[in-house]
Structure formats: C-alpha cells, structure tokens
Design a protein. Structure first.
Length: 419
C-alpha cells in the first residue's frame, strides 16, 4: 500500500470528540488551560508556559513584553512562516532577514555578523525539521552582541545539543501547536520562559485575549478530519495518491489544501482572529498529546535514523548536515535534491508520496519586496527540499522500502534522472 506524506498527531476520534466538545454549551471544566500549561512547562523543563491562539500571536506579545527600544531590529532567518515578519512589524519593530547555510538548515554566521547593527535587539532562531542549530555559536553571538535570544521550537520539540534541550538556550521559546506539530491542539501556540517577570506580562496579555471563535475552530477541525481520512492508508492508496498523480500538472493540490496561510500579505493591523483566546477544548487535546508525546517522538526518531543510515548521498541528493553533538528530533525527513520534481514523480510511481517545503522563503515574497530582504541561499534551500514520508503510522518495512526506492532513483542513468 502507498505511503502518505503525513500522518496527523491527532486521531480522527480525537478530532471528532473535539468537535463535540466545541458545541457543548457553557464554560467547560475549570483550570483546564492552566493544567495544560503546567504539564507543558514540566515536560520541557521550563518554569512557565503560556498558551496563545497561535505561535505567531505568542511571538507578537513576547516582542512587546521584552522592553526593547523603539525602532529595534529583530533578526529572523530566511525560511519561515511569512506572517512572522508581520508580527515583528506590528509589534513596532524592524525585521531583518539573515541567510542560511548551503548544506543544511543552519544560519549563515557571516551574513548574521554582517546584518547585526547597534539597533539589533533580538535574534529568533528556528531549528527546521528537528535539525538542531549550532546553539553554541548562536548563543555566544547573541550574548556578545546583547541580543535577546528567542527559539522557535515548532519543528523541534525534543531536539537537543550536548544533552541540553532546544528551547532552553534563550530567554523564551515558541512552540506552534497547529496541524502537524508534535503536540497538536488543532491550532495554538505556547511560549515558555524561566523569567518570572516576563511570564507575568505574557499571562496578562493572554488574559486580555478576545473570545475564541467556535465556528473557526470547528472549520479547522473539519479540515483536519478530512486530512485524517484522506491519509488513511487504504483511501490514500486507492484514491488520493492516484488523484494527486493525475493532477500533478496543476501543482501540489494536497499541499495547497493543507496550508493555512495561502497568500502572504503585508498586514497593517493585527487581525482579531490572531487575538483570540486559547480554549479549554484545545487544552483537553493538549493534555492527551502530552501523554503520548514521548512514545510518538521516540518512534519517529528511530525510523529516521534507520532511513538516514540507508541513504547514500551523491551530487543529486544530499542530506542536510547535522550539528556535532546534536540529537535531531526529525519532525519531517528532508532531502536536498537538485531536481525535486523528478524525484517526487519517480517516488509517486512507486506509491511513495512526498512534500515540498511549505515555509516561505521570506526574501522572495512579493508582499515584502519593499523591505529589500536578501537571502538567496534560503531561496535555493526551499526549492531543493523534498520531504519523504516519516511518521508514526509507518514501520521499519516502510522505511526500508523507501530507502530502496531512493537507491533505485540514484541508480538511474544521469540523463533520465535529470530529464
Ligand atoms: C508551524 C510553524 C509555525 C506556526 O505558527 P502558528 O502561528 O502557530 O501557525 C511557526 N513556526 C514554525 C517554524 C512552524 O513550523
């Protein structure tokens, strides 16, 4: 049977139960959100965790709670959720985009050095697909230049460097709790910090949030239920993958359905939908996800290590490099591929679905053209990234079959491979 590109962390049953709880009248059980926040902080070894309706909302509030000077520059790396640029602008600061390395998801230290100015105030670092960054150098750099270090751990919940967990290096860390994230609450975001004063300010912000929108949460849950059904193996094999292959000339329809920020705009104000409260119904899911988190993460990491060990990179396909001493949490399994379209169609013929990079290359977003961002390597990295399936609905046999398909791709004569 075919292998789908993804498997949701929430089961169909959990999504349907969430929908049922959404339509219940009343306020729900007391203290559910606080319980989730406490459990989250405890699991990730931080003193405080504060839930918001999205990670980007947490980032917006965090920037405003750091007492940064007016007109400060906030540094972000070239591959990100584009709306993070809007959050920096709307929080009252200036976004600065740094480029990435050529052979992995690291930050280009020379570009970082060159773009840091006396007005630079904070550095947001984002380990992608579980790939730990070189936090030794980055934390050092931030300390020397007096930058507040913030980690976006949305794709690296359980990565670590020399045994020190990602999310513990900076003043605060962000975790998205959306669709595919290791802890998914339909949507949502968490900010963690050991700084009690900062946590109190963030909590005050969270308490000012507007009412959550049941229709909007319900719509997102229905979309996720559809994805859960579409990626159920028999349906995916018999219906979804054949349809995706037939329609491949129209682009990646699955990715388009999955993606929540379909168009990138330059925002002039914070939309009410980003200022909603996190709901108790989402907290219920969060507590369930915390309970199964360790075993889900462990299985994925085990499969990823098995897959990586079987891949023989060459000039056409390479593996993003790993930082020495890091433990990668393998949110997804990225390959860096010169001809991504050729590999994806080759794999699809063998019943193996794959996905492109859904994050934006910020420097190539037309909406941000006026700001003159430059990050050419990040743009190239985005074009070269192909995610092959890696999730906890797979087993060792699936991984070996995938490795064999990749080997068959590389065994083709060069001419057909690049056609
Ligand atoms: C998924 C993701 C987000 C999403 O943030 P939300 O505001 O919760 O939608 C942010 N950052 C990274 C790196 C992500 O992968």
């Amino acid at each position: 049977m075919a292998l789908a590109r993804l498997h949701l962390p929430l089961s169909l049953g959990q999504i349907l139960a969430f929908l049922f709880r959404l339509v219940l009248p009343g306020l729900g059980p007391d203290g559910m959100i606080a319980r989730f926040e406490k459990g989250f902080a405890a699991r990730f070894g931080r003193k405080n965790a504060i839930a918001f309706c999205r990670a980007r909302t947490g980032f917006y509030h965090l920037l405003q709670c750091l007492d940064l000077a007016k007109g400060s520059e906030i540094i972000i790396s070239g591959l990100h959720v584009a709306d993070f640029v809007n959050m920096i602008l709307l929080a009252g600061f200036k976004p600065v985009v740094v480029d990435m390395e050529t052979d992995g998801f690291g930050i280009d230290m020379a570009d970082l050095e060159a773009k840091t100015t006396p007005r630079s105030a904070a550095l947001l670092v984002t380990p992608l697909s579980g790939h730990c960054l070189n936090m030794r150098d980055l934390a050092d750099f931030a300390a020397k230049r007096g930058l507040v270090l913030i980690e976006d751990c949305s794709q690296a919940f359980s990565a670590s460097l020399d045994g020190k967990p990602v999310g513990s290096f900076g003043r605060a860390a962000l975790y998205s709790l959306s669709l595919l994230k290791s802890i998914s609450t339909i949507r949502g975001g968490m900010v963690t910090t050991d700084d009690a004063a900062l946590a109190a300010k963030l909590r005050a912000r969270a308490q000012m949030a507007g009412a959550y929108s049941r229709p909007s949460l319900a719509m997102e849950a229905v979309k996720q239920a559809i994805i859960a059904i579409a990626t159920w193996r028999p349906i995916f094999s018999l219906l979804v993958l054949p349809l995706l292959r037939l329609t491949s000339s129209l682009g990646d329809l699955f990715g388009r359905f999955q993606k929540s920020n379909k168009t990138v705009i330059l925002r002039s104000s914070m939309p009410p939908s980003l200022l909603e409260a996190f709901s108790w119904q989402q907290a219920v899911l969060g507590l369930q996800q915390l309970a199964s988190f360790d075993s889900r993460e462990a299985k994925r990491v085990r499969l990823a290590i098995r897959l990586r060990a079987q891949i023989r990179p060459d000039a056409r396909i390479s593996l993003p490099c790993l930082v020495e001493g890091s433990r990668n949490s393998w949110w997804l399994f990225p390959l860096l591929v010169e001809n991504a379209a050729a590999l994806r169609s080759f794999l699809a013929k063998q019943g193996i679905d794959s996905a492109p990079m859904l994050l934006s290359a910020i420097s190539s977003e037309p909406a941000f053209a006026e700001m003159g961002f430059t990050a050419p390597m990040a743009e190239r990295l985005r074009a070269r990234t192909v995610f092959v399936p890696l999730h906890d609905a797979m087993d060792e046999e699936d991984v070996d079959r995938q490795a064999a398909a990749l080997a068959a791709f590389l065994a083709q004569p060069l001419a057909t491979r690049t056609a």
